[in-house]
Design a protein around this ligand. Structure first.
Ligand SMILES: Nc1ncnc2c1ncn2[C@@H]1O[C@H](COP(=O)(O)OP(=O)(O)OP(=O)(O)O)[C@@H](O)[C@H]1O
Ligand SMILES: [Mg+2]
Length: 297
């Protein structure tokens, strides 16, 4: 198998690190699970990571103990950044994991190197707000370009809503590489191929504005590993290997550790370091060029 292509750097701002996006127009395919795990495990491996939670339900933020439905008064979020009312730095909170019950900061431990642009349920208004904003779909591209220093982060990950509306287009204009997430079903695979075409169209339409997002990788989440789990699914996975070839990332199997970890507000890698997802994500980080440099993981 040929090696996966390396992550790109933004054409609109070559000083920035790769900007990864987990995407699918369908919901519940594992976008947040994969993105959360990639970000956390890259940080545990010794990298500086910025995650931006642009989803309407703020699951990534919730997983770190920040509720997008109950944002404390005066705490800037990604929604304020989008509207130009706050700088990125003001909306960034530490990535953290729960260590005891309660809502205070002392109920959480900060994960070194992990930073989060806090999500907000007001992002549900984003598609219409972006039509009225003169910076419109360029808000994130402009914020990253002008507010992030060279070498501040090694990797940026953006968690997307399950749609291809104006908000998602704005995220794509800031991204370099898209991981198209799917489940091993016909519906998802059709959706993944259609999304790749849409990403291609957006890139060419906005090329002169530095857009470079590419559907670089495809990921099957909740993959099946043996006949007992359904021969039909295995056949579809084989078909996915033929369609997506070298762009297909290692499969992620189904594991109860994932919803458990979300409920516990701990990353899977901390909730259960032996969960199968953990080495799979580490393997993906290896192929992305983020080998372990912590000596600890
Ligand atoms: N590998 C897995 N094994 C078991 N459960 C999983 C796995 N991956 C995700 N899940 C569960 O499936 C649900 C959807 O996952 P997730 O939130 O990551 O998807 P999403 O694509 O981000 O969804 P949305 O479109 O709502 O943002 C969650 O309840 C999650 O805990
Ligand atoms: Mg999600």
């Amino acid at each position: 198998m040929a090696p996966l292509s390396p992550l790109q750097r933004p054409r609109y701002a070559p000083h920035l690190p790769p900007v990864l996006l987990g995407m699918n127009r369908a919901g519940s395919v594992g976008k947040t699970t994969v993105g959360h795990s990639i970000g956390v495990q890259a940080a545990l491996r010794g990298y500086n990571v910025l995650k931006a939670d642009a989803d309407l339900q703020s699951d990534m933020s919730y997983w770190h103990g920040y509720d997008g439905d109950f944002v404390p008064k005066g705490a800037p979020t990604i929604h304020d950044v989008m509207l130009g009312r706050a700088k990125l730095d003001d909306a960034i909170v530490p990535g953290r994991t729960r260590i005891s019950s309660g809502d205070g900061d002392d109920a959480f431990r900060v994960i070194p190197g992990l930073h989060l642009v806090r999500g907000d349920n007001k992002m549900s208004q984003a598609d219409s707000e972006l039509t009225m904003d003169p910076r419109g779909v360029f808000w994130l591209q402009l914020a990253l370009k002008s507010q992030i220093q060279a070498d501040q982060y090694d990797l940026i990950y953006i968690d997307c809503p399950a749609s291809l509306g104006r908000l998602s287009i704005s995220l794509l204009l800031a991204a370099t590489d898209v991981i198209v997430c799917m489940k091993p079903t016909r519906k998802e695979m059709r959706g993944a191929s259609a999304l790749a075409v849409a990403i291609e169209e957006i890139r060419s339409e906005y090329q002169e504005f530095g857009a470079s997002a590419t559907a670089s990788y495809y990921l099957i989440n909740e993959a099946k590993s043996h006949q007992g789990q359904g021969a039909f699914y295995l056949e579809l996975q084989q078909e996915a290997e033929e369609i997506f070839g070298d762009k297909l990332l290692p499969y992620i199997g189904s594991s109860v550790r994932v919803p458990e970890a979300y409920s516990a507000q701990e990353p899977v890698a901390i909730w259960d370091p032996k969960a199968p997802l953990v080495p799979t994500i580490n393997g993906i980080l290896d192929t992305f060029g983020f080998p372990d440099k912590s000596g600890a993981v």
